[in-house]
Design a protein around this ligand. Structure first.
Ligand code: ADP
Length: 318
């Protein structure tokens, strides 16, 4: 059935997982894989690529182009080019949910709010990559402290009430605080719900920087957490549409960009992506990396994020 067709690949090497997606010449997602990593690792990338090829039933020699993205995008062997997660998540989300205007991507160690224009291109974005609050890592710490698996923590939170005040939004202290709340006799479900609510408030702060817009989707691994979706939706006061495979949105977007490149249609995006990369790199520079909000103090209320600037403006500044 695939005879004579050509394919491209997108690889998203994140901080906790490696994802790969095989896309056909028509832009259809043919197969994908997600591999959990201990640390950023080329071996995990190789396994994700093999998994995606297997799922698609496509041999490696039929891949015409590969684009990498994600935190470790420069470490993906064999990639022809890399694009930022911002560009790739926007692209993937717009293909998975045509007409989407706001993409909230929450991965293992950062979170982003991306405003997408009518053509599925990044209009503006804001990201938090300086502290683990509001990221997957925060939920991982919560799950560990509650002694439940990460894929069960959302259901647990949905069965509780989110009324408790969570004083620490710092992942370094969250485990201690969760344990102390449990020691006071509070139920696991109420603690889980309250932490999810507090994280959603942070996400709202990020969205406020780019402006609310609908339809909204969530991408990244945290989008698989039903309580994260529920509480973010409540904080935004808007529905969040459920994507079937939110964790591979970035890899799929990278695959679509690989297709564009192969067809000679990606040149205009290179400049836009470089502007986004510049803005993201500024927020991640060593001088900005320490946690300015808490400095080791437990009351950690305001997220430090990049200031959202329209991509077009940045491009003109360069
Ligand atoms: P990255 O790209 O930074 O590696 P991902 O987008 O893969 O991150 O997201 C990883 C995060 O997703 C984990 O830290 C975890 O909190 C969350 N996650 C992964 N799988 C699930 C699941 N089945 N249910 C709930 N949360 C999940």
């Amino acid at each position: 059935m695939n005879a004579g067709k050509w394919f491209v690949m997108g690889v998203d090497l994140g901080s906790t997982t490696a994802k790969a997606a095989v896309v056909d010449q028509d832009g259809v997602l043919c197969g994908a894989d997600v591999v959990q990593m201990g640390a950023v690792s080329p071996a995990a990338v190789a396994r994700a690529i093999d998994g995606a090829l297997n799922a698609a039933g496509v041999s490696r020699d039929r891949i015409r182009r590969t684009i990498s993205t994600g935190y470790g995008r420069k470490l993906v062997p064999g990639a022809d080019r890399s694009f930022t997660e911002i560009t790739c998540h926007a692209r993937g989300a717009a293909a998975l949910r045509p007409g989407v205007r706001l993409v909230i991507d929450i991965g293992g160690q950062d979170s982003k709010a991306i405003l997408v224009d009518d053509a599925g291109l990044v209009d503006r974005f804001a990201m938090n990559d300086r502290c683990a609050s509001g990221t997957g890592r925060f939920f991982d710490v919560l799950a560990r402290a509650l002694e439940v698996e990460i894929d069960a923590v959302g259901e647990l939170a949905l069965s509780g009430s989110g009324d408790l005040e969570v004083s620490s939004m710092c992942a370094t202290f969250a485990e201690t605080e969760v344990i102390s709340l449990l020691a006071q006799g509070l139920s696991k479900s109420d603690v889980a719900a309250s932490v999810h609510r507090a994280v959603a408030a942070r996400t709202l702060g990020l969205v406020a920087q780019v402006g609310k817009a609908s339809p909204v989707v969530m991408t990244g691994g945290v989008a698989k957490n039903p309580a994260a979706r529920h509480f973010v939706s409540r904080a935004l006061d808007r529905p969040i549409e459920l994507l079937e495979q939110p964790q591979i949105a970035g890899a799929y977007g990278a695959g679509l960009l690989a297709r564009d490149e192969y067809l000679g249609q990606a040149a205009a995006l290179v400049d836009r992506d470089a502007a986004a990369d510049e803005q993201a790199a500024e927020s991640a520079s060593p001088g900005n990396r320490h946690c300015l909000d808490c400095n080791g103090v437990l009351d950690h209320t305001a997220a430090r994020t990049t200031t959202a600037v329209p991509i077009e403006l940045l491009r003109n500044k360069r």
